[in-house]
Design a binder for this molecule. Sequence first.
Ligand SMILES: *[C@@H]1O[C@H](CO)[C@@H](O)[C@H](O)[C@H]1NC(C)=O
Ligand SMILES: *[C@@H]1O[C@H](CO)[C@@H](O)[C@H](O)[C@H]1NC(C)=O
Ligand SMILES: *[C@@H]1O[C@H](CO)[C@@H](O)[C@H](O)[C@H]1NC(C)=O
Ligand SMILES: *[C@@H]1O[C@H](CO)[C@@H](O)[C@H](O)[C@H]1NC(C)=O
Ligand SMILES: CC(=O)N[C@H]1CO[C@H](CO)[C@@H](O)[C@@H]1O
Length: 378
Amino acid sequence: MLQNIATIFIAFIVILLAVNYNWLYEYYIILGFNRPPIKPYGNGKCRKIEGIEACEDIHIHHRTGRAFMTCGTEYERTRAYWPPLNTFNSSHQTRDTPYIYDIDNDKLIPLVLENFPPEEDFATHGLGIYEDPEDENKLYMFFINHKRSGSCIETFEHTLNTNELIHLETIQHELIKTPNDIVPVSRYEFYFTNDHYFTKLPWKKFERPARLPWSNVVFHSSITNETKIAADGISSPNGINTNWDRSLIYVTALSDGSILIYERNKNNNDLKLRNRIFTGYVSDNISVDEVTGEIYITIVQKPLINLVFGKGHTSVGVLKISNNTEENGVNYSQKVIFEDDGTLFHSPSTAAVDRKRNVLLISSYRAKGIVRCDSLEP
Ligand SMILES: *[C@@H]1O[C@H](CO)[C@@H](O)[C@H](O)[C@H]1NC(C)=O
Ligand SMILES: *[C@@H]1O[C@H](CO)[C@@H](O)[C@H](O)[C@H]1NC(C)=O
Ligand SMILES: *[C@@H]1O[C@H](CO)[C@@H](O)[C@H](O)[C@H]1NC(C)=O
Ligand SMILES: *[C@@H]1O[C@H](CO)[C@@H](O)[C@H](O)[C@H]1NC(C)=O
Ligand SMILES: CC(=O)N[C@H]1CO[C@H](CO)[C@@H](O)[C@@H]1O
């Protein structure tokens, strides 16, 4: 153990010496040293929705006002088998229940898995949804599943206004290493992020603080059965999403304090980096506003405080990124639209916005419930 720590420490120093001033300055900002104390903003009309816990991802189906969520239990995430938080108790079987939160009727609906054997693990994480262009009542859902026998991707079919998820396919591949979030671009094709290069401790723990740009985004097609790296050299790629015509792929690079915008080559599905938006925040999963195309991410304003005082002290923020229309050479503008010091909620995962209903939903991968806010700051 001590030897491990010494190796990590020496490697860390070597890396610090090797990098340039800009890297260190960005690090200083990401850690939140220059940030004023958090003042609550945009959280006047918020309340907790109880009855679910440890929800990772939220996707709102805007036409029906239904939010699809991957939820679990805090126990299973932190003390059973959950590789993203380095818990590897393989004598515990996790069987999550995905939920629908019906925004208009303020109601939770648990989803029942069909055609999925009871002995299979279902330890969910990122979720992606693809709407069938030929049948507007049909959704294809893509789940990251951290099975004890190895992480994989499960696809399901869902018909709106039912409570069923019908299992279609399990996709396993050696490139599905540390999957986090997923975005489909067709019924049979998707991109997902591997959030770490290392799969095992102690190196895995060291990768984020060192901001090692060693991880990737992988593309898979179930038409050709091809699985390949589409973008590489990213520090902790986390959330992934796309714009409406699926020509751009957005990736949050958590420990890089940035959002990467990739151009998707629709012929071969390779990704080409177009912009790096430095937000300066440790940021998380990405939602995209269906109407305006604006991007929402959850942010942690003071990551160091969280490290020192523990997860319960995580503040919650939501950052909005828009196309900049002013002629000043800046491509994207950024604005914090929600801030809470941790009183309302902690450990944010995903923020999802429904403009028409004026609703913001925030989930947490470790807290009970989700937060619903019935007001949206511009
Ligand atoms: C591992 O999981 C099993 C089954 O849930 C449980 O009985 C056991 O206490 C767990 N072990 C640890 C070390 O938490
Ligand atoms: C798809 O490819 C994977 C790995 O390359 C292989 O294990 C699997 O059997 C293939 N599936 C089909 C349907 O060909
Ligand atoms: C910016 O504009 C493009 C092209 O109209 C659109 O596809 C995209 O969703 C917009 N992005 C943001 C962040 O508003
Ligand atoms: C804005 O985007 C264009 C391409 O879309 C790129 O060439 C340019 O460097 C970007 N500017 C900044 C400041 O990122
Ligand atoms: C898809 C998903 O939920 N990804 C990330 C969201 O945020 C949490 C909290 O940091 C991460 O653990 C997830 O990996």
